[in-house]
Design a protein around this ligand. Structure first.
Ligand code: GCU
Length: 838
C-alpha cells in the first residue's frame, strides 16, 4: 500500500525547537521540491456538520495537516459539490449524497481510500473508519508520498484498546512521564485538553478504546462526582472515536457501597453492580466496557467466596450486556503468597492456564479474557502464553506493554515491535493446524470469534513527550499499527513513524532505524539472557540490576541459580510441567533441550553453566559475551545520535542525547553487576578475561580520601570492586584524588557515582587544578524512572568528560558537597582511550 518514497538528502537546518507534544502528528512543512509534486484537490467536504462527530473532526484534521505539510489552505464544507474535493464520510453518507464509489463491503471501523480520481474518497464503514482514513491519507502526504492509491483496509480485530494504570490520586503505576492527565486528588481533572489530545493521537493509530484508571482499581472511581467527571472525559474523547472503559475493584459493593459482602452471586451485590452500571451509562452512553483484575497481587475477587473466576466475570458481563458493553477479564491471576521455590514443581508460569483452562465454556459471550503476552510479566523475553491455545470458546485479547516497566522505563531505548512480533508471529499449532497468535488467533479466525483483540498498558503522563522521552513514542505508534494488522513489518512501521516524527532526511531515517532495531536485543543482552528474564529488582522498582532478588521469595520469577546451574526446569518429565501446557507439537519442542531455541533455554530448562549452547558457547560465556556486546551497542547510540546534530531540532536532539548518554552509562552498570554476580556464584572465569578486570579504572576506595569513608553496597555487585566511598556526613564538603599512571594522550574521563532520590549532591572534577566541569546529582528531576533511596543498581550512573588531554602523573580530584540523603557516593573513575568501553 505504501508506495514510493520521495526521499531527500538535503539538510533542513535547525528547525524550531519541539517539545514532542505533537508526536507523529506534527505535519511539518515539506521541502518545496516535494510540495511541488503534490496534486491536492482544492477543498474538503466532510459529510457531517455536527461538531462533535469524528467525520467533522476528520475534515478539520485534513485542513490542518494539509496546511502544515503542504502550506495549502483548503476550505471545509459539509455538502458535496462539483469541484474536485477530498471527501470524508461514511460510505452510507457518501452514497446517500449521490456519490459513486468502488469501495468494497467494509468491516466495522474499516475504510476505503481512493486518491485516483479527481475527488479523493475517504470513506469509512462508520465515522470512526472515516477518521482513520483521513489520518492515513495525511500520513501519506506528510511523508511526501503522493502515490495514487485505491484500497480498502479493515482491522484485524475489533478490540484495539489502551490501558492506563492511572491512580485516582494522580500518580501512575509504572508510569515514567509525570502525573496523570486524567485524575488528581481522588477525582477527575476538569481540564480535558490533554485528554482530547491523547484521544487524537490514539485515533491516528486506530485505537478505539481506553481504560483510564489503574487495574489496581480504587473503588472511589465510582463515586457520583467521579462518574460525572468520567462523563466529561468520555465527551472529550468521543469526537476522536475513542470510547472510555473503566477498571473495577471487585470489593466495591462492600468498600464503597456499604454492603456486608461482595460475593458475586449475592442478590444485593448483583443489584449494586446493575445500579452502578446504569448510572455510568447515563454519564457515558457509549461506555466501552469494564476491565477487571481479580484475585491477583492482593486484589479482591470471587475466589474469596469460593466462586469461580467465570462466576465473577459473568456478574459484570450481565450488568453491562444491556448497554452493549464488554468485560475485559484479566488472566493475570496467581497466588504470590503460596509459591514455594523449594518445591521443584511450583511455577507461577502455570497459573494462567491452571486457572482458566477448565472455564472455557463458562464465560458469557461479552467477556474477553485479557492475557499478558508471556506467562510471567512483560519480561525482556518470554515464550508466548499457552493460554491462547486453550480459549477456544472464550474471546481473548493479548496484553502488551508500551510503558517499559521491565525494559528500561523509557531511560533505555528499546523499540519493542520486534519483541511483540516474537509472540504475535508464534504458531501454537493447535490440533496440528496453523494457529499463529496474531494472524489466526487474535484475529478471531482460528476459533471463529467476532470479539478479540489487543490491549496495551501505555501510561502516558503530563510530560510533553507523553511517555517521558521522544524515541519511546515509536512503541505507541507501533502498537496501534500492529493491533490493526499484526503482519505488518516492524521496520516499515518504524520508518513511517520516523518520517512523521523527524522528517524525510535519509540519514535521520537510517540512523534511527539502525539504533531502534538494535535496541531491544542490546537491552536483552545487557540485562537477562537465554530466557532467564530481565534480572532486575523484582521485589521493588523493576529498573536496575538485582539478579539475587529473583529467588528465595514467593513471587515466582525464579532463576534457580546455584553454584553449578541455572534455569527453571519446566519440562513435563522432570520439571514444573509448564511445557505441557502447549499443544503437542510445541510442547514437544520445548520439552527437549535439543529443540528449545537458545534464547528460551533457561526459561524451559535447568542446566549447568557449562552447558554448550547451539551457538557453541557455554551458558556462562554467553552471559559474559552478551553483556559486553549489549553495553557496547548502547555505547554506540550517543555517537550515532550525535551524527544527527543539525538534522533534528535542538530540543528533541538534546533531550534524546541526554537519555542515550545516561543509557550508555547505565548499560555498563547492568553489565558489570550481572557478570560480577554470576562470576561470583559460578566461580567460572570469563574466557576473554574482562570480568572483574578493569585496567582503565581507578577505584574510589583506592584514592586519597578527604571527608570520605569506604563502605560496601547492597547488592554487592552494584559497585565495581564491591566497595564505594561516601562522605562521612551529609553536609560537609569533601574530596577524593588520585595520580594517573596512564601513558600521556587523549582520553574520555568517566566518573561512576550514585544519584539518589531526596538529595542533590554537587560534584566538580579537576585535572591537576583545572576544572573539567561540574554536575549535580539531580537525575530524579531529569529521568522518569521509579525513584530509589538506596545506593544500588538503580541509582548507579556515570558521567563522561570527552576527549581530555592527560599526561602521565596528572592528578584527578573530585570535589563534592553532599546533600540530603546523597552522601556524594563515588564508585570509580575510568580513563578511557578512544574506542574503549571499560
Ligand atoms: C506487574 C506490575 C504491577 C501491575 C501488575 C498487573 O506485576 O509490576 O504494577 O499491577 O503487573 O499487571 O496487574
Amino acid at each position: 500500500m505504501r508506495g514510493i518514497w520521495f526521499l531527500t538528502t538535503l539538510s533542513f537546518g535547525l528547525v524550531a525547537a519541539e517539545d514532542g507534544l505533537n508526536a507523529w502528528l506534527r505535519y511539518a512543512r515539506l521541502p518545496d521540491n516535494i510540495i511541488r509534486q503534490a496534486e491536492i484537490p482544492s477543498n474538503i467536504v466532510s459529510l457531517n456538520s455536527t461538531e462533535t462527530s469524528p467525520v467533522y473532526v476528520a475534515g478539520l484534521e485534513l485542513q490542518k495537516g494539509i496546511n502544515g505539510a503542504l502550506g495549502k489552505t483548503l476550505d471545509v464544507t459539509h455538502k458535496s459539490n462539483k469541484r474536485s474535493s477530498i471527501v470524508v464520510g461514511t460510505v452510507d453518507a457518501f452514497t446517500a449524497a449521490g456519490g459513486k464509489t468502488n469501495a468494497p463491503e467494509l468491516e466495522e471501523d474499516g475504510f476505503w481510500l481512493d486518491t485516483k480520481g479527481k475527488t479523493v474518497q475517504i470513506l469509512g464503514q462508520n465515522e470512526r473508519g472515516a477518521l482513520y482514513g483521513a489520518f492515513e491519507y495525511l500520513s501519506m502526504l506528510a511523508q511526501g508520498n503522493f502515490t495514487k492509491v485505491a484500497y480498502a483496509t479493515n482491522p484485524s480485530a475489533s478490540i484495539r484498546w489502551v490501558n492506563q494504570w492511572d491512580n485516582m490520586d494522580g500518580t501512575i503505576e509504572r508510569g515514567y512521564a509525570g502525573l496523570s492527565i486524567f485524575f488528581k486528588n481522588n477525582t477527575t481533572i476538569a481540564n480535558t485538553t490533554r485528554v482530547a489530545e491523547y484521544a487524537r493521537l490514539l485515533a491516528s493509530i486506530r485505537i478505539n478504546g481506553i481504560v483510564a484508571n489503574n487495574v489496581n482499581a480504587n473503588p472511589i472511581t465510582l463515586s457520583d462526582e467521579n462518574m460525572a467527571g468520567l462523563g466529561k472525559i468520555a465527551d472529550a474523547m468521543r469526537p476522536w472515536g475513542v470510547r472510555l472503559g473503566l477498571s473495577l475493584n471487585f470489593a466495591s459493593p462492600q468498600t464503597l457501597g456499604g454492603l456486608s459482602t461482595f460475593d458475586p452471586l449475592d442478590k444485593s451485590v448483583i443489584t449494586w453492580w446493575n445500579d452502578q452500571t446504569a448510572k455510568l451509562y447515563k454519564h457515558i452512553p457509549d461506555m466501552a466496557g469494564y476491565l477487571v483484575k481479580a484475585n491477583s497481587e492482593g486484589q479482591p475477587g470471587p475466589l474469596t467466596y469460593n466462586r469461580t473466576l467465570a462466576e465473577g466475570a459473568n456478574l459484570f458481563a450481565k450488568a453491562i450486556k444491556p448497554y452493549g458493553g464488554i468485560v475485559m477479564f484479566r488472566a493475570f491471576v496467581y497466588d504470590y503468597q503460596n509459591l514455594n521455590e523449594s518445591n521443584w514443581k511450583d511455577d507461577r508460569a502455570n497459573a494462567a492456564v491452571d486457572h482458566f483452562r477448565h472455564l472455557d465454556d463458562e464465560f458469557d459471550d461479552n467477556i474477553v479474557v485479557q492475557v499478558k503476552y508471556g506467562p510471567i510479566d512483560f519480561q525482556a523475553r518470554e515464550p508466548a502464553s499457552p493460554l491462547f491455545a486453550h480459549l477456544r470458546n472464550t474471546a481473548s485479547a493479548i496484553e502488551l506493554q508500551v510503558t517499559q516497566e521491565y525494559l528500561g522505563q523509557q531511560c533505555h531505548l528499546a523499540y519493542l515491535a520486534p519483541l511483540w512480533k516474537t509472540i504475535l508471529d508464534f504458531d501454537l499449532r493447535v490440533d496440528g493446524e496453523k494457529s499463529v497468535i496474531g494472524e489466526d488467533v487474535l484475529s478471531g479466525k482460528r476459533f471463529n470469534k467476532t470479539l478479540s483483540g489487543y490491549a496495551a498498558v501505555v501510561n502516558v503522563g503530563q510530560n510533553t513527550t507523553w511517555l517521558g522521552t521522544h524515541l519511546a513514542m515509536s512503541n505507541l505508534y507501533a502498537y496501534g499499527r500492529i493491533a490493526w494488522d499484526p503482519t505488518v513489518d516492524e521496520v516499515v512501521i518504524l520508518q513511517d513513524w520516523t518520517r512523521l516524527t523527524y522528517g524525510l532526511n535519509r540519514k535521520v531515517l537510517d540512523t534511527i532505524t539502525d539504533m531502534s532495531m538494535q535496541s531491544w536485543e542490546a537491552y536483552e543482552n545487557y540485562t537477562g539472557n537465554l530466557g532467564v528474564q530481565t534480572l532486575t529488582d523484582i521485589t521493588y522498582n523493576h529498573y536496575g540490576p538485582n539478579p539475587q532478588s529473583m529467588d528465595n521469595n514467593p513471587w515466582g520469577q525464579w532463576t534457580r541459580a546455584d553454584s553449578d546451574s541455572i534455569g527453571m526446569d519446566r519440562t513435563v518429565w522432570n520439571g514444573t510441567g509448564f511445557s505441557g501446557q502447549y499443544p503437542s507439537e510445541v510442547a514437544a519442542q520445548f520439552e527437549s533441550i535439543e529443540t528449545t531455541p537458545d534464547d528460551l533455554l533457561l526459561w524451559f530448562h535447568h542446566v549447568p553453566y557449562t552447558h554448550i549452547l547451539k551457538s557453541g558457547k557455554t551458558v556462562i560465556q554467553h552471559f559474559y559475551d552478551a553483556h559486553y556486546d549489549g553495553a557496547e551497542t548502547a555505547a554506540s547510540f550517543p555517537k550515532k545520535w550525535t551524527s544527527l546534530k543539525g538534522l533534528i531540532d535542538k530540543q528533541r536532539f538534546e533531550e534524546m542525547l541526554f537519555r542515550l548518554e545516561y543509557q550508555a552509562g547505565h548499560a555498563i552498570v547492568w553489565r558489570d553487576s550481572i557478570v560480577q554476580f554470576y562470576n561470583n556464584v559460578s566461580g567460572i572465569p570469563d574466557a576473554a578475561g574482562r570480568v572483574g578486570h578493569h585496567p582503565w579504572r581507578v577505584e574510589a576506595e583506592d584514592m586519597t580520601l578527604h571527608g570520605y569513608r569506604v563502605t560496601g553496597v547492597n547488592p554487592f555487585q552494584a559497585a565495581s570492586g564491591f566497595q564505594i566511598v561516601q562522605t562521612t556526613d551529609n553536609s560537609t564538603a569533601a574530596s577524593v584524588q588520585t595520580k594517573l599512571d596512564y601513558p600521556s594522550g587523549r582520553y574520555d574521563l568517566a566518573v561512576a557515582y550514585y544519584d539518589l532520590y531526596e538529595g542533590e549532591a554537587k560534584y566538580e572534577l579537576f585535572l591537576n587544578d583545572r576544572s573539567l566541569g561540574s554536575w549535580v546529582g539531580d537525575l530524579e528531576h531529569k529521568l522518569g524512572y521509579t525513584l530509589t533511596r538506596g545506593i544500588d543498581g538503580h541509582s548507579a550512573t556515570r558521567v563522561t568528560f570527552k576527549d581530555v588531554r592527560i599526561r602521565k602523573g596528572d592528578v584527578v580530584r573530585i570535589e563534592t558537597l553532599p546533600n540530603g540523603r546523597e552522601t556524594a557516593p563515588l564508585d570509580y573513575i575510568a580513563v578511557l582511550p578512544a574506542g574503549i568501553v571499560d
